[in-house]
Design a protein around this ligand. Structure first.
Ligand code: FRU
Length: 479
């Protein structure tokens, strides 16, 4: 452990202790989502299930509520539900990562946990440098850095990062997000047979290639998975223009389904589909767990969007993760279901038949700041809306085939909205936490994820129909 590392760890721990009371009295602290103990959290990193424990590392800036030289913070869990904050995994303390241990992934080989991450460096001229680095751990808790394992190939800018590593037919592959010197976003591939020496194979798809027209100036946080007999590239392109209901957030997060030919290398794929219809979803990462499930967790935020206006900032923390979701592929579409372990949080089940005609009906929830709802409509004449604690509304219009989530902006209080088209509405599974809402539509065919900031004490959740609506509503307190 070098001196700088020791110093940074001590400073971070001091910071957690110093602000613990301030952070914990924030009414927007979440009840069952992952958040930073202090400071800023962004991308999930190194997500893995190893010897019965789920490890979720995260981009952490302990010293302020803005971005900067990131640490890898660490949470661990046996059940994806109850998480324990572990000691810091990585600090930006070496020449090759001094301005941030940026995002990356984990694999296990020879009974050692290996994490690959991007060392972000600002050199003396103030220019960015990027290094792909390795650190290993025997116990999943403390890491030994092994230094740089891959360097920037020709033709790309230093926006080249976020390694995701996997094994196929006895070889290792690493996909990264990149930007060409012509400012085009790309996904690129490296390979290795020993995890230490990596050779560059080339790009596999990206903006201004055979397969895509202009599609962003930078791609971040790629993840290549095989699911339902297909290869799926999950990636976050930056620089897409808003297009109808699509691409409404500042940066996007979605996937291409296709087939990867590592030899060429080439990834032949179909169209890009966004993973989430809400306001806050970015940098998702998946892992294949020990039971064979493909599980996804994302950052419930978007860089540069409205981060600095979150009302949690005066209380010295910002952002959280989404709930873990199990992925499946159905007709080339990713389906996301909240992992079944979340059911262990359910308490005090209530079921009501709601039959509405215009008038709003209040739902009897004991803790709408920590609740789950399961809604099955049996008759919808025109549509309905659900109002959440005066700060968000979900509106369904059957005639238009559109589901809309509205919330009050934390920047200027104005109502902002996101929409998606639906052929039908079969069910809604809503997860409410103190300052987040996640809505799984039609068994996870669509999901809306968003932060929202209701006035503490406003606990009204009500449903109103446009003409006749009949639905069964089951609710639980989550604790
Ligand atoms: C995505 C990202 C990554 C980078 C990390 C830095 O949110 O910009 O590309 O590795 O965050 O914190």
């Amino acid at each position: 452990m070098n001196l700088r590392d020791k110093e940074l760890r001590e400073q971070a721990i001091d910071r957690v202790e110093k602000y613990q009371t301030v952070v914990n009295q924030d009414p927007y602290r979440l009840h069952y989502h992952i958040m930073p103990p202090v400071g800023l959290l962004n991308d999930p990193n190194g997500f893995i299930h190893w010897k019965g424990t789920y490890h979720l590392f995260y981009q952490w800036m302990p010293f302020k509520t803005g971005h900067g030289a990131k640490f890898w913070g660490h949470y661990a869990s046996r059940d994806l539900v109850r998480w324990r904050h572990e000691e810091i995994a990585l600090t930006p303390s070496d020449w090759y990562d001094k301005n941030g241990c940026y995002s990356g992934s984990a694999i296990v080989e020879n009974d050692l946990l290996h994490v690959f991450y991007t060392g972000n460096v600002r050199n003396d001229e103030g220019d960015r440098e990027t290094y792909q680095c390795l650190a290993v751990s025997k116990d999943g808790i403390s890491f030994e850095k092994q230094g740089v394992v891959a360097r920037l190939p020709k033709g790309y800018t230093a926006h080249f990062r976020d390694p995701k590593v996997w094994k196929k037919n006895g070889r290792w592959y690493m996909v990264l997000g990149a930007q060409t010197e012509r400012l085009e976003g790309r996904a690129v591939l490296f390979t290795s047979d020993n995890l230490r020496d990596w050779s560059f194979l080339g790009d596999i798809t990206g903006s201004n290639t055979d397969q895509l027209d202009e599609f962003g100036y930078m791609w971040e946080c790629p993840d290549m998975i095989s699911l339902g007999g297909k290869d799926v590239l999950i990636v976050c392109p930056q620089g897409l223009k808003a297009d109808g209901f699509r691409y409404q957030n500042v940066y996007q997060s979605g996937y291409f389904v296709g087939e990867l030919d590592e030899g060429k290398p080439e990834f032949k794929h179909g169209e890009f589909t966004e993973l989430d219809q809400g306001f806050d979803f970015y940098a998702p990462q998946t892992t294949l767990d020990e039971s064979g499930r493909r599980i996804l967790i994302a950052w419930m935020g978007v860089p540069d969007q409205d981060e600095q206006q979150h009302p949690t900032i005066p209380n010295q923390w910002v952002h959280c993760m989404t709930l873990p979701r199990e992925l499946t592929l159905k007709e080339n579409k990713l389906i996301q279901k909240p992992v079944q372990e979340l059911k262990t949080l359910r308490r005090e089940q209530k079921t009501v038949e709601v039959s509405l005609c215009q008038a709003a009906e209040q739902l009897d929830l004991d803790h709408p700041d920590s609740a789950e709802l399961y809604i099955e409509p049996s008759h919808i004449e025109e549509g309905f809306e659900i109002s959440f604690r005066g700060a968000a509304r979900l509106i369904y219009s059957k005639a238009d085939g559109v589901l809309t989530l509205e919330r009050n902006s934390c920047v200027d209080g104005r109502v902002e909205s996101r929409h998606c088209s639906l052929n039908e509405l079969r069910d809604l599974n809503v997860f409410l936490d103190s300052s987040s809402i996640e809505i799984f539509v039609n068994g996870g065919e669509e999901v809306f994820s968003a932060r929202y900031f209701p006035y503490p004490g406003n606990n009204d959740v009500s449903i109103s129909g446009r003409k006749e609506t009949v639905m069964k509503v089951t609710s639980w307190t989550m604790s």
